[in-house]
Design a protein around this ligand. Structure first.
Ligand SMILES: CC(C)(COP(=O)(O)OP(=O)(O)OC[C@H]1O[C@@H](n2cnc3c(N)ncnc32)[C@H](O)[C@@H]1OP(=O)(O)O)[C@@H](O)C(=O)NCCC(=O)NCCS
Length: 317
């Protein structure tokens, strides 16, 4: 027995940054960004902390599940970097929603939501938890070099959350990692030590976009084929594939190889940009709210990102 998704929630900052606004910061155009990525606008944090977004998404997910925070057995938060190194985001979410359970963060970059589902599956199968809050919260715009037009146009901020309860919704799942610090990196800023001799690492997001694009397309095709085979389902059985929202052209390149129609591929990149691990649960909640996904639908989730990591799964809602 694995899990069933019983509640979803999302939150994003108030400021909508349009492509025209970005073109006042760097040398770019709405036409370039839209045609290369599918992004039109993204949400950018101003006064909101990442914790504000994570707590709002968590409260909404609990409300939609009809579950009280005291009934949670665990809170897992995926984030590239929380508001603090410690305490973790999950511990502060636990405080703010008045839960009592063990809580921790982890980092699997943009694949974090699927990694989190895999972790929740393991805890539930082991009998160590029955009700888990999984939150993916990312403030990508803090990690961007706002003078680098190749990357600053891509990202937005947000948080998505799901409540998972013991059940038989998960049909198959896989996660992968292939260690690499050349294609996609975000450095750390360290407090200066009088003993440190290492060079300071560049703290900004750096990416070889072309190579990451190829990695993304090939891993989506491979992972999705594998999880669909393991689940014993075909493209016609799937209500929607909800991919990590990194680039519209990645989904389009994978679509034909997987036998999906355009209508079967969820697209929220136009208004969210790339929100790293938050992108799948943000969009999932939006699709559920709009009634475009309903209980009983079979969905495929697929993600890829820094690490390099990937993950995919088939779930019956
Ligand atoms: C980043 C990405 C959109 C770039 O698109 P691309 O088609 O590969 O574009 P390139 O990097 O080859 O650049 C093409 C040209 O556009 C220019 N360019 C780059 N960013 C630009 C911008 N924002 N506005 C205008 N021109 C831009 C480049 O300078 C280059 O010009 P040149 O040909 O004169 O040298 C694309 O590679 C991508 O999405 N990769 C995958 C990234 C991804 O999925 N990351 C998330 C992992 S979680």
């Amino acid at each position: 027995m694995s899990f069933q998704i019983v509640g979803t929630g999302r939150a994003h900052p108030a400021l909508v940054l349009t492509n025209e606004m970005v073109s006042e910061i760097v040398d770019t155009t709405d036409e370039w960004i839209t045609s290369r990525t599918g992004i039109k606008t993204r949400y950018v944090s101003t006064t909101e902390t990442l914790l504000d977004l994570a707590v709002e998404a968590s409260k909404k997910a609990l409300a939609s599940a009809g579950i009280e925070s005291k009934d949670l057995d665990m809170i897992i938060c995926s984030t590239i970097k929380g508001d603090y190194v410690t305490p973790s985001m999950a511990c502060l979410i636990q405080r703010d929603i008045e839960a009592k359970c063990p809580s921790f963060d982890f980092n699997a970059a943009c694949s974090g939501f699927v990694y989190g589902l895999d972790m929740a599956d393991a805890y539930i199968r082991a009998g160590k938890a029955e009700t888990i809050l999984l939150v993916s919260a990312e403030a990508m715009t803090r990690h961007i070099d706002w003078t680098d037009r190749a990357t600053c146009v891509l990202f937005g901020d947000g948080a998505g959350a799901v409540v998972l309860k013991k059940g038989d919704g998960l049909r198959s799942i896989k996660i992968t990692a292939k260690g690499d610090d050349k294609l996609l990196v975000i450095g750390s800023v360290f407090s200066p030590s009088p003993f440190a001799k290492q060079p300071q690492i560049d703290p900004a997001f750096r990416m070889n976009g072309g190579e990451v694009f190829k990695f993304a397309v090939s891993s989506v095709i491979k992972d999705v084929k594998q999880v669909m085979k393991e689940a014993g389902v075909e493209a016609k059985d799937i209500a929607m594939m909800v991919p990590h929202q990194a680039n519209l052209r990645v989904f389009q390149a994978a679509r034909d190889k997987l036998g999906f129609t355009d209508e079967q591929i969820a697209n929220g990149i136009d208004h969210y940009g790339n929100t790293s691990s938050a992108s799948i649960p943000l969009l999932l909640d939006e699709l559920m709210e709009q009634g475009r996904l309903v209980k009983g639908d079979l969905i495929v989730l697929t993600a890829f990102g820094g690490g390099l990591t990937t993950g995919a799964c088939v779930i019956k809602l």
